[in-house]
Design a protein around this ligand. Sequence first.
Ligand code: KG4
Ligand code: ZN
Length: 350
Amino acid sequence: MLILGIESSCDDMAAAVVRDGRYILSSVVSSQDAIHKKYGGIVPELASRRHIETVIPVVEEALNQARVTLDEIDAIGVTHGPGLVGSILVGLSFAKAVSYVKDIPFVGVNHITAHPMAVFLEKIPLNPPLLKGDTGGLSHLTPSFPFIALVASGGHTTLFKFKDFGDYEILGQTRDDAAGEAFDKVAKLLGLGYPGGAVIDKLAKTGNASAIEFTRPYISKDTFDFSFSGIKTAALNYLKKTGDRFEICPQINDLSASFQEAVVDVLTDKAVFACKASKVNNLVVSGGVACNSRLRQKLHNKSKDHGIQLFIPEPSLCSDNGAMIAAVAYQLLKKGVRGELDMNAIPSME
Ligand code: KG4
Ligand code: ZN
């Protein structure tokens, strides 16, 4: 089954062609970073207007790279929430139109719960590889249910327990800023532009993570909830106290490393705590923040120490993409789910 996955919930327009919910034939992402950079964050109206210009070329590019035509597509998966309503509506309306004209089904997909599903995907140039052992046909291992999933992105920081495809419970989430949002806000304070996660990650590599004291906000030991706005404020207070102009803060690398370490510690500890408390030893971590090199390293070490099997998609599949949407769509279609033409965008959903 060939599924076209479309993702437009925020500032990226993404489309992918995925075979049987697993094999990525193509995955194209058109970023709007250059448009929003000067505002230090996403301007929703600009995002949706740009999506209108990019949706057709991005889908065409995904079809071309997969060497298929629209007539060969069996179904469409599209994000219908959560996210920016204007942005979601562009992808959703496009998917409905194609579904109607080509007489193929479409399904609406929850963006946040799609992030962990990227671990079941594999990029292949042409045909699926031969079946190998118990990997479900993929050349890499996949988690077994139940597993704990941490999604850390620009809009969400959520811990899930997945019992099966589409069958999950939310264990905890951020009470204020998302982890990626904290990275982006600190980057903005430092004049590093938007989005800031990858820049802080890079600067932190040559910084001293113990140079500046940041309290780790665990809220309390027995909750799976997060809070990141305090760390961001601590960074602001530090900058005010030292009296540096943010852009020329001489300790920019140390500040980046110390801030990053605090966020990474909390994410790692909570994810492992959720596995222990749930007696589950498979952990999936995804979302844009899962691209962070220090987070990947710490998760790897700590999971090993606790006998937890860790699964993190490759960076391009951690950040927003259409393939993860197609992966969920495949599971929903198998269950007989079909989208109706009156489906609406849902800005907040769990
Ligand atoms: O999942 P994603 O692509 O979009 C949302 O659904 O939000 O995540 C984007 C977020 C941004 O906040 C960005 O700064 C952050 O992921 N991010 C990173 C890194 N790469 C992207 N954060 C920390 N370190 C990185 N290397
Ligand atoms: Zn996302």
